[in-house]
Write a protein that binds this ligand. Sequence first.
Ligand SMILES: [Zn+2]
Length: 114
Amino acid sequence: MTDYICPECGEPSEGGLHLDGTPLCPVMGAGGYQAAQPVAVNSLEGQQVRGDLLDAFGADAALDVLRAGASEQNALDEVLGSAPAFGLDRDEIAPIVDGAFRRRLDGYGRRNGR
Ligand SMILES: [Zn+2]
């Protein structure tokens, strides 16, 4: 069985809907906004969407540290805790999210001289 995801938010999709039954995120089409078409998770686009999602997880964790003063461990635990909601395996994505997290910390944070 092929797994499908929403190309906009990366959540798993079943029967052309998000798992909670709401339509997939809107995208701009020829006739205005319409629900996105699900993409196979193992397709090129699906892999890209997943990659972007993990990158966003890392960015969220970095912002938590930089803005809210969370500890690095807590911030990572928090975003990794949402992995199952996206049909992701926490252990599998942890190193990727961690990489994105470190890049963001370097990019945003260390400007103010830590
Ligand atoms: Zn969506």
